[in-house]
Design a protein around this ligand. Structure first.
Ligand SMILES: Nc1ncnc2c1ncn2[C@@H]1O[C@H](COP(=O)(O)OP(=O)(O)O)[C@@H](O)[C@H]1O
Ligand SMILES: O=P(O)(O)OC[C@H](O)CO
Length: 498
């Protein structure tokens, strides 16, 4: 009987599930967008039931699309939008609040207080993170501080906290497992990067009761079985990783210095730095890449909050395109950006600026500006933000990037990829399967159940789709980039606290 691996990829804007074969090829897939809840500017929520339902429906859809029997699934790997924070009742599995999404700035005042109280150095040294509302820790604190009943119930051990992976595993196993993996835990601001355990001092600083936390496990092991009622039989759940770490694994960035950039809702550049955490001198994050067996691999990460989402805004907010791919012909109606720069700081700026008060800015408008220029500036913003990350990464590494492997929904855009290569002055390489996030989760699960033997077997599956080589004039590129930096300056420190 032919066997396959099923990957759950629970993303920010959609849930998808993909069935992979032994060559890492897609056999069947299914995807569902779900509702973004935007209660106030800068705050984003998801309905946990939407997350759960869409994920399970797509899992069944992917198996149906693959035209295989559920018996043929050897294991399930789970990957997820990271940092998004959920609280649910231990007794019933019922969420007690909407999920607070990673993009949400709701805990900005808590972050200001932490910085003011001088916790920055301790938090960075222990968790590898900077103080920013992005991470789960201050989101938990926000939820517990805003409702004394929740805090009391949390302290009494009646509630569970989890990132999306934990919530899915809890539900998939009928409440038997409350676990997470090291990569997701490394985004909470509560895990000590050196011990890979919850850190008592960080818990105290953030006022988080230990009773609500899941157990931290590796990224590749059999955590447990799905409840038989879900798919008609028990299936081993054998891989978990945050989506950006999973993409790095799916891109087989196993060598120190290898790096990938994912262009999804946001953009996330991760570079493998080996088996010891490396602290950034340039405002990047230190994070766990994966833990397989006893070996932990660490990464440096640059996180950009709005990348592909800027195209969604052109579609849903501004209404100048009907669908995402229509941005390409619109941008090609003009020969260049016409001096227009678009800093999509809708929810502040992430790395390397870490400015929760920055807001979206379009500068350089003239009477001659058209929708084409805005579209072009929007696309270019993904490449400029990536250049900001590459600059920081290269300064930390002390050497230029040898190449950049790319993936994610917006990496389909050839013009963007060419502009990216010109701007970072290195080869940009796109693999044939650029659902690398799901692929990484499949690889982690497949390794745990012996579906794949080792990392070398995974490496052999990586196939090039297209390589983009830098070809632009250096002086021209530097001129454009220095204008971008001026535009970033205009976007900063704009929003005022209520
Ligand atoms: N042709 C395109 N050019 C630029 N961006 C695109 C294009 N097609 C899709 N996108 C963007 O890619 C993103 C979707 O990527 P995906 O990897 O599915 O995201 P996520 O996992 O964050 O939900 C959307 O934000 C969408 O606007
Ligand atoms: O869902 P994505 O692909 O936008 O990824 C979100 C990141 O995990 C946030 O840190």
């Amino acid at each position: 009987m032919q066997r396959y691996i099923l990957a759950f990829d629970q993303g920010t804007t959609s849930s998808r599930s993909i069935v992979f074969d032994h060559e890492g090829k897609i056999i069947g897939q299914s995807q569902q967008e779900f509702r973004q809840i935007l209660p106030t500017p800068g705050h984003v929520e998801h309905d946990p039931e939407n997350i759960w339902r869409s994920q399970i429906e797509t899992a069944k859809g992917a198996v149906a699309a693959a035209q295989i029997d559920i018996e043929q699934i050897a294991a399930i790997g789970v990957t997820n939008q990271r940092e998004t924070t959920l609280l649910w009742e231990k007794a019933t599995g019922k969420p007690v609040a909407n999920a607070i999404v990673w993009q949400s700035r709701i805990s900005t005042p808590i972050c200001h207080q932490l910085s003011h109280d001088g916790y920055g150095a301790t938090i960075r040294q222990k968790s590898g993170l900077v103080i920013d509302p992005y991470f789960a820790g201050t989101k938990i604190k926000y939820l517990l501080d805003s409702d004394p009943t929740l805090r009391r119930r949390a302290e009494a051990g009646e509630l569970c906290f989890g990132t999306v992976d934990s919530f899915l595993l809890w539900r998939m196993t009928g409440g038997k497992l409350h676990v997470t993996d090291v990569t997701n835990a490394s985004r909470t601001m509560l895990m000590n990067l050196h011990t890979l355990q919850w850190d008592p001092e960080l818990l105290e600083i953030l006022d988080v009761p230990a009773a609500i936390l899941p157990e931290i496990r590796s990224s590749s092991e059999v955590y447990g079985m799905t409840d038989a009622s879900l798919f008609g039989r028990e299936i081993p759940i054998a891989g978990i990783a945050g989506d950006q770490q999973a993409a790095t694994f799916g891109q087989t960035c196993f060598d120190v210095g290898s790096a990938k950039n994912t262009y999804g809702t946001g953009a996330f550049l991760l570079m493998n730095v080996g088996h010891k955490p490396v602290e950034s001198d340039n405002n990047l994050l230190t994070t766990v890449g994966w833990k397989v067996g006893d070996q932990t691999t660490y990464c440096l990460e640059g996180s950009v909050f709005v990348a592909g989402a800027v195209v969604q805004w052109l579609r849903d907010g501004l209404g100048i395109i009907e669908n995402s791919s229509a941005v390409e012909p619109l941008a090609l109606t003009v020969p260049d950006n016409g001096g227009v720069y678009f800093v999509p700081a809708f929810v502040g700026l992430g790395a390397p600026y870490w400015d929760p008060r920055a807001r979206g800015t379009i500068v350089g408008l003239t009477r001659g500006t058209t929708a084409g220029h805005i579209a072009r500036a929007a696309i270019e913003s993904m490449a400029y933000q990536t250049r900001d990350l590459v600059e920081a990464m290269q300064r930390d590494a002390g050497v230029p990037l040898a190449q950049l492997q790319v993936d994610g929904g917006a990496a389909v855009n050839d013009d963007l990829m060419q502009f990216q290569a010109d701007l970072v002055k290195t080869k940009v390489r796109r693999p044939q399967v650029f659902e690398t996030t799901a692929l990484g989760a499949a690889y982690l699960a497949g390794l745990a159940v012996g579906y794949w033997d080792d990392f070398e077997a995974l490496k052999r599956n990586w196939q090039l789709d297209r390589e983009f080589a830098p070809s632009a004039d250096d002086k021209e590129v530097e001129g454009l980039y220095s204008q971008w930096l001026r535009a970033v300056g205009r976007s900063r420190d704009w929003a005022q606290e209520e």
